[in-house]
Design a protein around this ligand. Structure first.
Ligand SMILES: [Zn+2]
Length: 282
């Protein structure tokens, strides 16, 4: 989180509110989230925002004068537009873009990790930036037609679908929803996928991401809330009944993510070993 649907709604809302807006100045307070130093942030002064869009899980803010701000929210960042400027005690801000008239676009980050980042690049250097150059095809609105071929590797689907070089936009939350929708095991290897299963997976990616974005269209307004109302059915629902078949949703915990699945519909009834539990028992 945020993944493709959350970044998409963020970009849509910001585009509607900021297209044509004039930037007064920008600064990156505290520990610097800004990963580039040429051009300097001051290059944004007195420029106009010409659009806000999404690429994979990145937000792209296009600025006049052939400049582009590339923003990655990582796991706990938010890009929020406020009517007033941040006070000096706001410790969550990583980037402040002051808009003429008093508004402020803020990259804020919650939690202890500081991972969200920003790059200011020349527009013609955007696509060759390492963050975008290696991105696979977008997962939405049209998942790649060659999805089955792209997944031909001896790696579990759960990891492959989150690999941005294979397909761009899916992360730890939505991958569980997609695999559950397709009735596929998160541990099934990509090279074990039949043509029918690959087609079901492609459908599931489109349906699940479509549904999430439609949901956000109804419930998300500016300034985008710190906590988005994620319409998840399986992820974060371990121990609860599966919404389709009422079997208890199981979970496998890893160091920094959790896989949730329905054993009846996804793993032929098998409950997979929870690594967290087995580590504790060693
Ligand atoms: Zn089920």
């Amino acid at each position: 989180m945020p993944e493709l649907p959350e970044v998409e709604i963020t970009a849509r809302r910001l585009d509607a509110a900021l297209r044509g807006a004039q930037i007064e100045s920008a600064l990156a307070p505290g520990i610097n989230a800004l990963k580039t130093f040429r051009p300097p942030l001051s290059a944004l002064d007195d420029r106009a925002i010409t659009g806000v869009r999404r690429r994979g899980k990145n937000v792209v803010v296009d600025v006049s004068g052939d400049l582009t701000l590339l923003v990655h929210l990582m796991s706990a960042g938010r890009l929020q537009l406020f009517d007033k400027r941040a006070g000096p005690r706001d410790r969550t801000s990583r980037l402040l873009v002051r808009i003429a008239g008093g508004r402020e676009l803020r990259l804020r980050e919650f939690g202890t990790k500081q991972a969200a980042w920003v790059k200011l690049v020349r527009a013609d250097q955007l696509e060759t930036d390492e963050a975008l150059a290696k991105l696979g095809p977008e997962a939405w609105p049209d998942p790649p037609a060659d999805l089955g071929a792209r997944l031909q590797a001896p790696r579990p689907l759960h990891g492959m679908l989150r690999d941005q070089r294979v397909i761009a936009g899916i992360g730890r939350s939505w991958v569980d929803e997609i695999l559950w929708t397709a009735r596929l095991s998160p541990f099934k290897r990509g090279d074990d996928l039949s043509d029918e299963e690959a087609a079901a997976l492609r459908d599931a990616i489109a349906t699940v991401l479509d549904g999430a974005i439609e949901h956000y269209e109804c419930v998300v307004a500016l300034p985008i809330a710190d906590k988005l109302p994620l319409p998840l059915l399986v992820h974060r629902h371990a121990g609860e009944p599966c919404p389709r078949c009422a079997t208890t949703i199981e979970a496998v915990h890893y160091e920094d993510y959790v896989i949730c699945y329905c054993p009846a519909e996804q793993t032929a009834g098998r409950v997979l070993k929870d690594r967290r539990l087995s580590r504790l028992l060693k």
